[in-house]
Design a protein around this ligand. Sequence first.
Ligand code: 7RM
Length: 646
Amino acid sequence: MTGLDALLHEERAFPPAADVAARAHVDAARLEALVAEAEADPEAFWAARAREELVWDREPTEVLDDADAPFYRWFSDGALNASVQCLDRHLPERADQVAIAWEAEDGAVRRLTYGDLHEQVCRFAGVLRGRGVARGDRVVLYLPMVPEVVVAMLACARLGAPHSVVFAGFSAQSLADRIQDTGARLVVTADGGYRNGKVVPLKQSVDEALASCPDVADVVVLRRTGEDVPMAEGRDAWWHDLESDPGLAPVTDAESMGAEDPLFVLYTSGSTGKPKGIVHGTAGYMLWARLSTRWVFDLQDDDVYWCTADVGWVTGHTYLTYGPLANGATVVMYEGGPTYPQPDRFWDVVEKHKVTVLYTAPTAIRALMRAGDDWPARHDLSSLRILGTVGEPINPEAWMWYHRVIGGGRCPIVDTWWQTETGGILLSPLPGATTLRPGSCGPALPGLAPAVVDEQGRPVQGDEGGYLVFTRPWPSMLRGVWGDTERYRQTYWGLFDGRFYVAGDTARRDAAGDHWILGRFDDVLNVSGHRIGTMEVESALVSHPAVAEAAVVGAPHEVKGEAIHAFVVLRGEATEADLRAHVAKEIGKTARPEAIVFAEALPKTRSGKIMRRILRAVARGEEITQDTSTLEDPAVVEALRAAPVA
Ligand code: 7RM
């Protein structure tokens, strides 16, 4: 690969507003100083941050241990507990401050203060201990978006028992796979959850899954819907019964864990093979969860912070749970669907809770944009001051809409790039320091060392595209793939002989040092010798006013090598010819789609990422042999196959 052709160039730029910079934790001068400090001596930089940010039982004397690279260890002789960082350290000062403001799908609101949350976590840790859970044991959590999922995560952390949260939308089979892979003995679930007005029968899936998981001896069941569910004698017990047992001993003294002890395992699907259990450690992860949340969202004491991600996704771990709570923030948590009962639900929640920081995903932004400007117009969104996005490249059109219609033109947008594997945000603008460019995820945060390289691992010239890699380890990086050491080495360090962490994305870096993600490696198209990132063609398509969403894949072509197939969801009127002409105008004739399929919806993962491998199979007329268990709505695939190709 000689580098990708970077075709789209974005000219719009938004420098930080003076009032935003004035109150920000990090302004341009401070950012420059932090970067300089980190580059002068990365280890000293991280050591200082670890001392300042974390509450230790035993302060570490070690910083980075690279004796067994790429199995890096950080602060390895330190001891601490993750739940203490989120709870105990804020008490008694924040005892009466709201930690979680929870909005049920039916509009009911429950507020838990830091005092309440601490008490519930100590009690639930007592429940788990009473069922035999001890440090090192894995606990699977299969719960809806209710405060108890956060309670359960922190209770596991308090005992030093790594949790593995399984998204409540996953099937019984996916749940069984994850239970078996982690070797969990205990599962926490609920009778059911609410999603778009319907009950998701969680307990039923657990019962089905456990038929093939003989090692699970205990199931704790939260009552959420009140529906009748069978309880297996000797195995299943109600959360509220266990929790109200007069003999219960709350765990007030958190286990003192080694810095490198695993905090959680979270499964992520790769483009091939079975999902990988990504392992995160305690100290490095907590350090970056706390610090990156404060820097990127410029979190202040009076903020009301809302991250819309589900806890079943890494964003729900780092930026709904550990990061904001480690900062003592007030966190809004919403149970249900983003457009339930109407497409203004998000804006209703923002107005009702006076949300100041909103962190969501491009897929949601595009869907809400498609619903029309009337919905946000009905609500007072003036409390908002910072907007964030994560999960996919955000096309400049959606960025501009988010900025203008939701942010009223006054809120900086932080387009945050990171991965389950990176533990936290690595590339992002900072609200008070960075000039924003729609579609760019900004510079590296202090301490991180990204590079864009060619196949030989040499930095590319100018702002050419290439492989996005990191040339130094960082504290919140993954500690491995659960049960598969070789897969960790191969997947993340294999491509350049262990010299770099390989993200799997392609990117370019402009003269200002800002990054532009072009897509995943597997998404690069080669059309008549031009290497084109799918993201660029998609952005061009979405910049047409009639297009709500677009996904682009390649299919073999006799003459061109590869031909571009586009899948388009319309929000207005447009023909195939209109869209081809539009792409030609935006980026050039080479990028014009060979075929366009107009669809009602695109196949997406639960976290909103377009599943291009499925579209590739559709474009090539192949059978879909890949794992489709992570699809949000499997019916979409059948509809696509039946859709007429323009
Ligand atoms: C947090 C999360 C990781 C992959 C990553 C990228 C893509 C995420 C952005 C992005 C462009 C962004 N974890 N990605 N954020 N692409 N701009 N701001 O999403 O493990 O589920 O996915 O998501 O391809 O490698 S994840």
